[in-house]
Design a protein around this ligand. Structure first.
Ligand SMILES: Nc1ncnc2c1ncn2[C@@H]1O[C@H](COP(=O)(O)OP(=O)(O)OP(=O)(O)O)[C@@H](O)[C@H]1O
Length: 237
């Protein structure tokens, strides 16, 4: 895929495959093009070049059908802050024919006590749970998450989020997520792809990568230094 904003190329020829049932992480620093790539995959933006096949369908030809089979949690939750939690869930659920049981979503996300509260009155971490709940209303096969732990300062909230994602993966759901955190990606994603200036520098399973990385590699900067050294030597990382 290629995507240019005006004259500025943001995605410069990315090709990737995500396997059904896996948690796939797009890792990269701020501005590397992660959100844009995610938005292309979700069909929110159109690629200038390239095709997307998903669930046996073509994103251009079968966009409407595909939209019913995906869910997403973007970084901003401002869209629905002026309504109550239950109203937001019912509203988004009403857009779809296939729907997940609302009580199941409410109990999985532990939202019962907040249903009659305005979204804007809730803490960031609860708003985050509401956004994830909304991503589930159509019982999607593929769930896209844009930096899901950004804004969650409480470690318990982050652990809870990953437990919910693990439970959904056990049901067979596929996740495609972006993150700036190498640690988080290594711990929770089955496979990773590294995005830098709109190109993929590598994709690998987390297991393989953990064995290859020098002990103590923690940051994305160290990771890119490692990849750069290997590329200069003509080796595959
Ligand atoms: N609608 C737009 N019009 C023009 N440029 C844009 C637009 N959206 C993003 N960009 C630019 O494209 C580049 C990639 O942005 P993108 O948000 O995809 O990166 P990112 O890796 O997700 O960054 P972050 O982690 O900060 O969200 C940035 O330089 C950004 O300023």
């Amino acid at each position: 895929m290629v995507k240019t904003y005006g004259l500025i190329p943001v995605i410069r020829g990315v090709s990737l495959q995500v396997n059904r049932g896996e948690i796939f992480g797009l890792v990269g620093p701020s501005g590397s093009g992660k959100s844009t790539l995610l938005e292309l995959l979700m069909g929110i933006r159109q690629a200038d070049e390239g095709d997307i096949q998903m669930l046996g369908m073509d994103m251009k030809k079968d966009a409407r059908k595909l939209h019913h089979r995906i869910g997403f949690q973007l970084q901003a939750t401002v869209l629905f802050e002026r309504i109550k939690v239950m109203e937001a869930l019912q509203l988004f659920r009403s857009y779809y024919k296939k729907r997940r049981d609302l009580n199941d979503i409410i109990s999985m996300l532990n939202l019962k006590q907040y249903l009659n509260q305005y979204v804007r009155s809730l803490s960031d971490s609860i708003q985050h749970r509401v956004a994830l709940a909304i991503a589930l209303v159509n019982d999607p096969d593929i769930i896209f998450l844009d930096e899901p732990s950004t804004g969650l300062e409480d470690p318990k909230a982050i652990d809870d989020m990953w437990s919910i994602i693990a439970r959904l993966q056990n049901e067979g759901k596929t996740f495609v997520m972006t993150t700036q955190s190498l640690d988080e990606a290594l711990e929770h994603c089955d496979r990773l792809a590294f995005l830098m200036n709109g190109t993929l520098s590598m994709s690998s399973t987390s297991q393989e990568l953990m064995h290859k990385l020098p002990a103590g590699t923690q940051s994305l900067g160290e990771m890119h230094t490692y990849l750069g050294v290997h590329r200069r030597k003509g080796e595959s990382a």
